[in-house]
Design a protein around this ligand. Sequence first.
Ligand code: NAD
Ligand code: TDX
Length: 341
Amino acid sequence: MSCILVTGGCGFIGSNYIRMQLEKYPDQKVINVDKLTYAGNLENLKDHEDDPRYQFVKGDISDPALWKELFAKESINNVVNFAAESHVDRSILDSGPFVQTNIVGTQILLDACRSAKIDRYLQVSTDEVYGSLGTEGYFTEETPLAPNSPYSASKTSADLLVRSYVKTFGFPAIITRCSNNYGPYQFPEKLIPLFISNAMNDISLPVYGKGDNVRDWIHVDDHCRGIDDSLRKGKVGEVYNFGGHHEVQNIELTKTLLELLGKPESLITYVKDRPGHDMRYAIDSSKAENELGWKSEIDFRDGIRETIDWYQKNSDWTDNIKSGDYMNYYESQYGDRLSGQ
Ligand code: NAD
Ligand code: TDX
């Protein structure tokens, strides 16, 4: 039985990826190492916790002792690193945890994987490493790295460490860079789940600036398939971009969400913009399409209806998250913005 180690598997994309791995590969063991930060939630994989092929280990990717013990005990073939601090707004409030987990944590994990001589390592990165686009053009794998937020700077640093391990040590790593994901189990700090949850509760939707920033939305299942294709069919040392071919301004997306939820546009509140706010992301995925045979398959309108449906049926999941810590974050992120309106 082969074994894949997934870090950050209790978060949004990691939990969807683990579910897909367990369903797709009956003869594979999956080990999930997650620190259970505010964004990590054991509920996300509750339906698989009794599966003998699945093992959860609570741990921090920046802990060398954890890796020493785990790699000595388990025969791990492949590693996929999702573990990260992932929210741009939080990186503006405090960049410390981003440097610690996204940069130092990646370096410690890379060293452990190198010593253990694993077969393949995949670093889950983001299109934000390329910075911001104007009204024209797309990010390709050759676009220069130009991160603008502490979050994207930390992800870029990790990518450069991974690149250096490939060049210096012949380490078998691949990097994927994807655009904005949506789907079930996304933490309600990111635009789509936050706005669905607020609208369901008739709370205002805080749109930054004029709402004219553009994001390229992809369903999490399409991203997870792209990661798996890259791990299994990609070439060591390569970067693969993934996008959903669905570019939309935030305000247009917000109105679509309200329409699908049957809520009034009067819930929209324009608030002070995010500092350093990237104007537009759009991905050229042709390398992944040509070299891996990957294509985004889920139409946005279908995917977003299904996602709204999931949040409506699982309102307990969101309500359980919206406890003390979440409300403290909400107040520091939105309190002044909303009271200044
Ligand atoms: P998330 O915030 O939902 O989940 C992150 C997970 O990592 C959580 O379970 C958390 O507990 C865990 N974690 C954090 N620090 C850790 C540490 N030190 N050790 C072990 N575990 C730790 O994030 P997500 O949206 O699922 O993103 C996953 C990855 O995908 C990230 O690397 C992110 O940069 C990347 N990515 C996200 C998107 C997106 O749209 N969400 C797009 C492209 C790339
Ligand atoms: O309250 C809000 N109001 C608002 O207008 C929030 C939370 C966001 N926005 C805007 C900012 C962005 O233009 O919506 C857009 C999307 O914001 P986020 O959901 O915070 O995502 P983004 O900053 O684009 O980054 C995401 O995509 C790339 C993920 O959070 C990253 O982890 C990923 O790497």
